[in-house]
Design a protein. Structure first.
Length: 314
């Protein structure tokens, strides 16, 4: 039986906050409780927004928390660089394969134009692309290239993707009406997250992806990309989001809850204990190390709805 391999794949655009730490903790516990491997991938596709100094801080914070990894980050491993900014040639190879299948077309639409268009908008604000540039003639493409660099979109088929999420249950998405043709390379030449994450999970041997429920909407298109490129999709587990005691979702804008501040106020055991309590793994927010949590871990204990920090802890 193939060994389970989990991963943590942060975008180093700032210091980790508690929501990031919870994702790292639960993904690590899930892998280690099943005697699995664990990969640290740095998702710095846009190096101007994601300096290496933040990636180094992430590694330092994970080490402080007691979360180790078998490959990735500055440690490297058998699959080349684990920094996405250094894997452009790999993404280009798989982009070319999709282009050879006739599935990619140039798109000249601006973000502002898309949101102003009469195309369908989903409840979360996402715009379903109307296919404006899908059938441009070669002459029209040549003319538009004179004034604007195009992004590259992938054509989606008339297909429904159904998958079993490890925490959210059965999920279904009809690609044309709930996803639409999506960008896999930006107009500035940077490959999009959707392509990079699929290629990296496949080549790095990742078999279990634990991430926030806010990324559930990306899953169907990623499963389809896995199939297009001849990969086996991993098991997806979309964990609940972490809110403060007032129900407000945590983010990197909450500087008071980033690890730069929290490490001056708490021990690693106090922090993991508070998060383990929020996630339903222990009854009280008492100090406990990440490794001590391994035998206590089960996804059956983790609530499906959003989580709240224990009152009075932070």
């Amino acid at each position: 039986m193939k060994q389970l391999v989990g991963r943590f794949a942060p975008s180093p655009s700032g210091r980790m906050h508690l929501g990031n730490v919870l994702c790292a903790l639960l993904s690590w516990l899930s892998a280690r409780s099943q005697n699995g491997g664990y990969v640290l991938r740095i998702e710095d596709l846009d190096p101007d927004r994601c300096p290496r100094s933040y990636a180094d801080l992430i590694e330092d914070d994970l080490t402080w928390l007691g979360l180790d990894w078998d490959a990735g980050g500055s440690k490297g491993g058998p699959d080349g660089s684990y920094y996405q900014s250094e894997r452009t040639e790999i993404y280009q190879h798989y982009f070319d394969l999709l282009e050879q299948k006739g599935l990619i077309y140039p798109c000249f639409c601006s973000r502002a134009a898309l949101h102003a268009a009469s195309a369908p908008h989903l409840s979360d604000g996402r715009v379903i692309y109307a296919g404006t540039c899908r059938n441009l003639t070669p002459d029209e493409v040549a003319q538009k290239r004179k004034t604007r660099k195009p992004a590259a979109r992938l054509t989606v088929p008339d297909r429904t993707i159904t998958f079993a999420d490890g925490l959210q249950g059965t999920c279904t998405e009809h690609l044309p009406t709930e996803c639409g043709d999506f960008i896999i390379r930006r107009s500035d030449g940077v490959f999009a997250y959707q392509l990079a994450v699929v290629v990296d999970d496949a080549l790095e041997g990742v078999t279990e992806v634990v991430r926030g429920r806010d990324l559930l909407g990306s899953t169907a298109r990623q499963i389809w990309l896995h199939e297009l490129l001849g990969f086996t999709p991993p098991q997806f587990i979309h964990m609940p989001l972490l809110n403060d005691v007032d129900g407000r979702r945590l983010s990197k804008r909450d500087a008071d809850l980033d690890l730069g501040i929290l490490r001056t106020r708490f021990t690693p055991e106090q922090l993991t204990g508070a998060l383990a309590c929020a996630a339903g793994l222990i009854d009280r927010p008492e100090a406990i190390s990440a490794r001590e949590l391994i035998p206590l871990f089960s996804w059956d204990r983790v609530p499906h709805g959003d989580l709240c920090l224990p009152e009075g802890i932070f």
